[in-house]
Design a binder for this molecule. Sequence first.
Ligand SMILES: Nc1ncnc2c1ncn2[C@@H]1O[C@H](COP(=O)(O)OP(=O)(O)O)[C@@H](O)[C@H]1O
Ligand SMILES: [Mg+2]
Length: 342
Amino acid sequence: MRSDANIAGPMTEPVPGPRTESVGEGVSRETPPPMDDTPIGHAAQLAVEALGRAGEGLPRPDRTRVMVVANQKGGVGKTTTTVNLAASLALHGARVLVVDLDPQGNASTALGIDHHADVPSIYDVLVDSRPLSEVVQPVPDVEGLFCAPATIDLAGAEIELVSLVARESRLQRAIQAYEQPLDYILIDCPPSLGLLTVNALVAGAEVLIPIQCEYYALEGLGQLLRNVDLVRGHLNPELHVSTILLTMYDGRTRLASQVAEEVRTHFGKEVLRTSIPRSVRISEAPSYGQTVLTYDPGSSGSLSYLEAAREIALRGVGVHYEAQHAHTSSQNNQQHVAEGLQ
Ligand SMILES: Nc1ncnc2c1ncn2[C@@H]1O[C@H](COP(=O)(O)OP(=O)(O)O)[C@@H](O)[C@H]1O
Ligand SMILES: [Mg+2]
C-alpha cells in the first residue's frame, strides 16, 4: 500500500477513481514516492530492475538518433514524453541530450535545469550562433542525461530568426558542430509549426508524434504530416515519422481504446505497442523538478516510459519488439481518422 501523507505537492488528483494504478494482470506497481534518505539514482535503478531486465542492456545506435517530438496541438504530452523517454533511455545506459525548443521551458523545468533569463540557452545557439556545448547542462540525478535549456527569450526567436541567414537550419548546424558523443537527441517542440519547429524538423531524421487518447486526437495531424513532407522535400531528405506514441491512455474509457485502434489502423507499424497510461504520478513529477523515473520509479507511468524507450531502442537496430502490455480493442471507427487528417 502507498501512503500519500508525505507528498503534499501543489497538484491535485485530476482523475477520479481508485488511487492504485496497475499494469496488466491486476498487479499493482505503485510504490511510495522517494523519501529524502533514498538516493534518487538508486531508486531509478530499482525501476529498471522492476522491469526484470536489469543488466540486459539495450543496443545503442551506431550514430546519434535525433528525434523531433512534435504535434502542434498543446497539452498532448510532448514535453512529458520528451523528458521521460530521455530519462528512460539514459537509465537504460544511453547518453541523451534534451533540446528544449519551447519558450515555456517546461522540459527544462521538469529536468530540474535552471533556465531563468540570464542562463545561456538554446536562444543564444539559434540567434547568436553560440556553440551548443556552452549551453548544455547535465541533468541532476540521471547519469548520461543532458539538457539545452530554453529561456523566455526564445519567445522572440520565432520573429528574430526570420531575417537571419540559414534561418531553418541553425539548430542542425549547432548539433552537427557538437562534439560530445550522444546516442539520442530529443527535441521538445512548441505547439506551433513556426520556424522553431521547422528548425527541429531540419535537424532531426525522426519525428515522434505523441497522440493523446482523447476526442479530436487526430485533429490537425494532417497539417503536421504535410509540413514533414515539405521539409523532407526541400530541406531534409532523411526526415520521416518514425514513432507514434499514445499518451494519457485511460483503459477505463471506451474512447481511449477507440482512438488507439484508429491510430493503429491508420499508421500501423509506426505506433509503439506500448502506450502511456493517464497517471497522476506523471503529472505530479514536473512540479518537483523531476521526471517520473526518479519521482516514482515503480509507478505505472515510469514503467511504461521505460518500456517505450526499450521499444524505441530495439526498433532502432531492427529488432522486433514483443509487447507485454499492448492495449487491444474491438472498436474501430475510421471516421475520426478521416476527419483528423483532412
Ligand atoms: N500520461 C499522463 N498522465 C497524466 N497527465 C499527463 C500525462 N502526460 C502528460 N500529462 C499532463 O498533461 C499536461 C500536458 O502535457 P505536456 O507534456 O506539457 O504537453 P505538451 O508539451 O504537448 O503541451 C501536463 O500537465 C502534463 O503533466
Ligand atoms: Mg510542451
